[in-house]
Design a protein around this ligand. Sequence first.
Ligand SMILES: Cc1ncc(COP(=O)(O)O)c(C=O)c1O
Length: 435
Amino acid sequence: MRNNIVHPDADKLEYEIRSIVEIAKKLEELGQKISWENIGDPVAKGEEIAPWIKEIVSRESQKDDSYAYCPTAGLLETRKYIADYKKKVENINISADDILFFNGLGDAISKIYSYLNKEAQIIGPNPAYPTHSSAEAAHSGKEHITYSLLPEKSWEPDLEEMENKIKYNPAVSGILIINPDNPTGFLYPKKTLEKIVDLAKKYNLFVISDEIYKNLCFKQEDFISVGKIASEKDVPAIILRGLSKEVPWPGSRCGWAEFVCRKKDKFFDRYVQSLIDAKMLEVCSTTLPQKVLPLIFSDHRYKELLKERSRKYQKRAELAGEILEELDDLILAPQPAAAFYLTVVFNEKYKKEKNEIKIENEKLRDFIKREIKNDFNWDKKFVYQMMASTGICLVPLSSFNSNLQGFRMTLLESDEKKFRENLEIIGEKVKEFLL
Ligand SMILES: Cc1ncc(COP(=O)(O)O)c(C=O)c1O
């Protein structure tokens, strides 16, 4: 190449959740059977799509206009449907013009950060869903500024730390929350949300709330959108929603942003317009999922479907809690209140050079030894050795842009017996590794 074509921040684009798959695939080639507990795709984990949803999709796919481009912001009927729902059910006043569709939230997240002024930074949670933290770091070229989610307080955010970092980093222009959270399953209580919105107001910031798991709360009535509080307090906010997790339909690549109090700040309004303009360069997002969205969401069977799935995840979380309880002070594993993940934190006092899981098979052992270099993270070593020894594929907690060490697993396994067996193995291996 005549010139170096690599972006200076290319190394900031990391997505360990998927990188781990490369290692797992190599282990598979060497004969290890992999149990995929890493990826948050309910369909890949064997969840069946409700037949009535397939019927709706199939009916709409017979219509020629499902194959056409749609308006840049998204189909008007669908945006009107969402805006009406917000008004009637959530008491949030937004119009169809305050909604912008994307090709999945992955696309939304990428645009939200890349079109921010380079000097502006967004403070986000630690641990963090890495698509947000990497995109934020890549956009600013600086280290992502974070506030801690505290495992000893059931993952409540450290609001004192949040305020201090906002105060002493004048570049911070927005606060990101993920509610319900990935990877912790934490559900933000109303009081915490109010305090966050108050901080945003005090320092003249906007709020981003990723609510992709909104409809997968174990007690749906406990969910509160920051959008309502922000609109009451005149604080600009971006609420992110999508079809990937709740229909579930990750392959639809359909997500959207709802802009609250857009006109309350001229910079925020202009910034929102730049997101719409950026989308215009791409023409539009996927049409078919937008066509079926109102039909699925307004169907009388949808609520029950979500309830049933959330109940299943709750049962899995409770079972995991019971099995992992015997690990005592080796770990902290606060019970999630929503979504389909469980995050386990290792107690640092057990951290030693010789922490190890035995790998019987020589070929697998040699391969993992080569992969684990000297500067390897403690929890990455656990996850790699775990995978080679048992085939169970987890995600190291440190790869969620976190100083905490441990792992995240999903609660998606549909076979309860297999889920229990896997957890018992995980429990045994945590003991073997740490003790
Ligand atoms: C918190 C969060 N936001 C966004 C996404 C991306 O969703 P999409 O499939 O819409 O790109 C995920 C996917 O795991 C997620 O966990």
